[in-house]
Ligand binder design. Structure first.
Ligand code: ADP
Ligand code: MG
Length: 302
């Protein structure tokens, strides 16, 4: 594995009006390897967004250094830094930040047109593939006021991916979504990571962080804890000791499966794939991971 992002003893001091300064990051060091899916958790105001914005070059650090894909960010001109962000980094925010009065597809392709290195036909083709992959192809010509929050976030993910970045940064991407939409968006991010995309994501939701390979816990401008849980696989990494916890879930679902075997009941069941074996296995693995992570977070005082 090779390092994609390295932050070395970075600090971030915000200058406030009359009241002086506030140090949001205090000598934070962080290394992210290619292919990792890192979640950042911690109380509100602990510096999670500041960390994400600083390591991605969206904001300047007050001291320390950051290298991304072998480039020292503080040695780049503003123009080269903007180009690096546009071409090599994808961003997803809590609110989609899509442009009103533009269709979904136009929002997605805009960043690639700005990039200027690809043919328009290729960009459009790529946008269509991304929309297909995230399940929003039928919405491509809709205005963003006509789609749900979850659909908007899926479009925001397509936009973030249009230039084929090396890494995706997401600040509370599910913060404004309901449970179902959260799960859809997270399934997309999980698949992307399983295909090799490096992801750094800020969240306060253990259900969301349960999908990442490593969780950092921040407090008062510092990373104070780290929880490694490895890649999410669909089965076989169910911890033995959590067997009891899972039994209840699996029982529920095996009930559904029994019903599905009876033809007269089968049609009454939702056809959303809950009965699919791999999906079931992944759900129970996720539940076990969420439980272990929640325990760890409780130990951190979260
Ligand atoms: P989190 O994302 O964990 O909620 P932030 O990184 O947004 O935390 O903020 C960390 C601290 O820095 C907070 O106390 C916040 O008020 C302060 N802060 C964030 N952005 C600014 C800013 N632009 N100017 C001044 N203070 C800021
Ligand atoms: Mg924040």
């Amino acid at each position: 594995m090779s390092v994609i992002l390295q932050a070395t003893v970075i600090s971030k001091v915000y200058t406030l009006g009359r009241s002086g300064e506030y140090q949001a990051l205090k000598d934070v060091s962080l290394t992210i390897e290619q292919g990792e899916f890192v979640s950042v958790m911690g109380p509100s105001g602990s510096g999670k967004s500041s960390l994400l914005y600083c390591v991605s070059g969206m904001d300047k650090v007050s001291s320390g250094s950051i290298s991304f894909a072998g480039l020292e960010l503080d040695q780049l001109t503003e123009k080269d830094l903007a180009e690096l962000r546009l071409q090599k980094m994808g961003f997803v925010f809590q609110q989609g930040n899509l442009l009103r009065n533009l269709s979904i597809i136009d929002n997605i392709v805009l960043a690639a047109y700005m990039g200027g290195s690809l043919k328009r036909a290729d960009i459009n083709q790529r946008a269509i593939e991304l929309m297909q992959k995230t399940g929003i192809l039928d919405l491509k010509d809709k205005d963003i006021s006509q789609v749900s929050g979850g659909q908007m976030q899926r479009a925001a993910i397509c936009r973030a991916l249009i230039n084929q970045p090396d890494m995706l940064f997401a600040d509370e991407p599910t913060g404004a979504l309901n449970l179902a939409a959260t799960s859809e968006v997270m399934q997309i991010l999980t698949t992307l990571n399983q295909e090799g995309m490096t992801i750094m994501l800020v969240t306060h939701d253990a259900k969301v962080a349960a999908r990442s390979t490593r969780v950092l816990f921040m407090q008062d401008g510092q990373i104070v804890g780290e929880f490694k849980q490895g890649p999410l696989t669909s089965q076989a990494d169910l911890p033995e000791q959590d067997g009891q916890l899972e039994q209840a879930d699996l029982l529920d679902q095996s009930d559904q499966r029994d019903q599905a075997d009876q033809p007269e009941q089968a049609d009454l069941l939702p056809k959303t794939g809950q009965l699919d074996q791999a999906g079931l296995a992944q759900q129970s693995v996720l539940k076990a991971r969420e439980n272990s992570l929640s325990e760890w977070l409780a130990e951190q005082g979260f």
